[in-house]
Design a protein. Structure first.
Length: 256
C-alpha cells in the first residue's frame, strides 16, 4: 500500500499541475495572445481561458493606458540654444497580437522612439516657439510617434512636454527681455492715457471758449470744491469781469 499510495499521490499532483497550467483567468483589461507549438493561434480574453498543457503558451497583454516618462533629452534648438527637455507619453495597446508579434518589447521600443522623436522635432523649432507654442508641438509629437507605433498595435493618445531646462545665461536674458517688454507696455499705456487726457482738455477748452458763461460756472464750482476743506484758508482772486457779469453793469439799474 505504501508504494501504491505514493504513486497515486504523485499522479494527483501531476494532474493538479497540468490542470492549473491549462486554466487562465484574464481580467477585463487583459488579453492573452496564444501560441500553439510556436504558431500564432489568436487573441483571447477576457474571462476563463483553457490552454493545452505543454503545447500552448500564452502572452498576457494589458490594454490600459500607460503613462511613460521620457527622460530629459539634450536638444539644440533651431536658433542654436542648448536645452534639456523631458516629456510624458500616454499610450495603450489596441491590437495585442501585433504588440507581441511585430516588436520584441513594445514598452521599450515606444520609449526609445519617443526619446529620438523628441530630440528631432524640438530641434526643428526655435526657443521662442518651444516656450510659446507648446500645444502645437505636443500635437506634432503625438502625430509622429503614433504613426510609427501603429504597426505595433500601439495607439499614442497624447504627448506632453513637461519641463524645459534653460542655461543660466539664457534665463537671465529672457528675464531681461520680459522686463523690457513690461516697461514698453507701461510706457505705451501711459502715453495713450496722456493723449486721451489732452484730447479731453482740448474739447473742454473749446466748449469753454465758445460759451462765456461756462468759465464762470467752472470758476464757481472750483470755489465750492475748495470750500469743502474747512482746515485751510484759500485766498482766491476774483476777476472784475466775472463780478460785472454777475452783478450787471454799473449804473444799469438807474434810468437815463
Amino acid at each position: 500500500m505504501g508504494p501504491q499510495f505514493t504513486g497515486l499521490f504523485v499522479i494527483i499532483l501531476i494532474a493538479i499541475f497540468i490542470l492549473a497550467s491549462a486554466i487562465r483567468v484574464l481580467r477585463e483589461y487583459e488579453r492573452g495572445v496564444i501560441f500553439r507549438l510556436g504558431r500564432l493561434v489568436g487573441e483571447k480574453g477576457p474571462g476563463l481561458i483553457l490552454l493545452i498543457p505543454i503545447i500552448d503558451r500564452m502572452v498576457k497583454i494589458s490594454l490600459r493606458v500607460v503613462a511613460m516618462d521620457v527622460p530629459p533629452q539634450d536638444v539644440i534648438t533651431k536658433d542654436n540654444v542648448s536645452i534639456k527637455v523631458n516629456a510624458v507619453l500616454y499610450f495603450r495597446v489596441l491590437r495585442a497580437e501585433e504588440a507581441v508579434v511585430s516588436v520584441e518589447n513594445f514598452l521599450y521600443a515606444t520609449s526609445q522612439l519617443a526619446q529620438t522623436t523628441l530630440r528631432s522635432v524640438l530641434g526643428e523649432h526655435e526657443l521662442d516657439e518651444l516656450l510659446s507654442d507648446r500645444e502645437k508641438i505636443n500635437q506634432q509629437l503625438q502625430r509622429i510617434i503614433d504613426e510609427r507605433t501603429d504597426p505595433w498595435g500601439v495607439k499614442v493618445t497624447a504627448v506632453e512636454v513637461k519641463d524645459v531646462d534653460l542655461p543660466q545665461e539664457m534665463q537671465r536674458a529672457i528675464a531681461k527681455q520680459a522686463e523690457a517688454e513690461r516697461e514698453r507696455r507701461a510706457k505705451i499705456i501711459h502715453a495713450e492715457g496722456e493723449f486721451q487726457a489732452a484730447q479731453k482738455l482740448t474739447d473742454a477748452a473749446k466748449v469753454i471758449g465758445s460759451e462765456p458763461a461756462a468759465i464762470q460756472l467752472r470758476y464757481l464750482q472750483t470755489l465750492t470744491e475748495i470750500a469743502v476743506d474747512k482746515n485751510s484758508t484759500v485766498a482766491f482772486p476774483i476777476p472784475i469781469d466775472l463780478l460785472r457779469g454777475m452783478m450787471g453793469k454799473p449804473g444799469g439799474g438807474s434810468g437815463s
